[in-house]
Design a protein around this ligand. Sequence first.
Ligand code: BG6
Length: 506
Amino acid sequence: MEETWASFPTKLSYIAITFAYLLQHMAFDLVFFGGTGDLTWRKLMPALFQAFRHGKLPEGGRILAVARDEQSDEKYREWLKERFQEVDTSKRPSDEAFARFAELVHYRRMDLSQPEHYARLKEWLAERNADTVVLYLATSPHLFPQICQQLGVAGLNGPNIRIVLEKPLGHDLESAQEINRVVRSVFSERQAFRIDHYLGKPSVQNLMALRFGNALFEPLWRRECIANIQITLAEAIGVGTRGDFYDRTGALRDMIQNHALQLLTMIAMEPPSTHDADAIRDEKLKVLRSLKPFTEESVHRDVVRGQYRNGNVDGQAVAGYLDEAKVPAGSTTETFVALRTEVQNWRWAGVPFYLRTGKRLAARDAQIVVNFRPVPHPIFPGTSRANKLVIKLQPEDGLELHLLAAKGTSQSELLSPVQLDLDFDKAFPHERVGAYERLLLDAIAGRLNLFVRSDEQEQAWRWVEPVLEVWARDSTGPRPYASGSWGPPASSALVARDDNAWDEEQ
Ligand code: BG6
């Protein structure tokens, strides 16, 4: 039969269906190092359970947890079942569903410093000889180099093996480079899946769809039409039980270096030539390389750091950071950062990008606000505003287009703000998957699009490092802010300097 272009889409769908079928029937082994750790039971196991419940986990898979304690599969499953009582009610399995899921879960003791334990892991995996083995390092990051080296020595780095590394990936550029050097000496870049769970959020994937699946916004997506862009990752929670980890980390390393910068790259990148992982990551890297470098002077001018004091969140009195468990007296670790930067290229020259994150803020609210320029010549009375697109990441997941409209009451009426709302949870009520669920399934399927490449990650460190260096020399420390506020007043002043205002102040 003659080949025609008309048959091309049919062929593509055939290939897609075959691929989906193969994935669904692919035997995999997913190994969690740190199998009794917080990340495993709080995030990873519940996400896998969701995938299982949604019928998305390929059949014929095993979930293998390894950790230091000696216990049987049965004991581990019981322990896991108890932990599940602490996760979101909507993600808790019934007894019967848990029992079915638990059949996939196995446990072995493993001392990560012992070479013979890696040899045993290899034997355990060989019993099955799965098509794909995903090794997920859900341990403390200081163990990453050691684990990778040992995996290499044991020969657990063959082409069917993938390694997943959970943030924080390093503490600064040097430590990140060291981790990458060791990972690269054992695995190829295509085997390395560096997680930034923000990339797994459905709203972030929708940002790609919005920009590159629709022609509507592209002509406007540039300095001629956009006045400024604000990325806010606000949390109402404090540091909770993670005081010791957090105190060594701070908001810049915890949220800006990774999550906020990844969002910025998604907003600012040029259209990639394909939907292939490297085409996307090449474009993101270019954005990171175009970020205006910080100097001592610009750190003082363009970066605000804060630390929460006591206050009220959701009507509840809460303690200040220095009174949190395991936070050392007099700590100068920042729990809030607001900064102004620019992307120095033709598309974005001169457009301020404001990034802000903090704990114990007024609300849990993650969003990107694209403020368009006002009309060049106003003909209506009053001041214009609206003209903005809000990409909501959480708690809701959607898009809001804010416009100005006339009610039609009189000739001289002021225009009123109105908005078009798109709620993705309503638009796709059954198909939504959580960030970890999506990323785990992608790691099993070998899709790298939503994972961070080593050069991106190192460039992000290169950009934040001058800020860390200036802070280390500056004895003034972070500015205090009341829990339940939007951070120190200096954060509003930073934006007001350009005649702009944070979204909630507009
Ligand atoms: C993690 C940070 O990467 O992201 C935490 O280490 C933070 O401090 C969390 O609370 C926020 O993630 P989410 O998905 O709840 O916004």
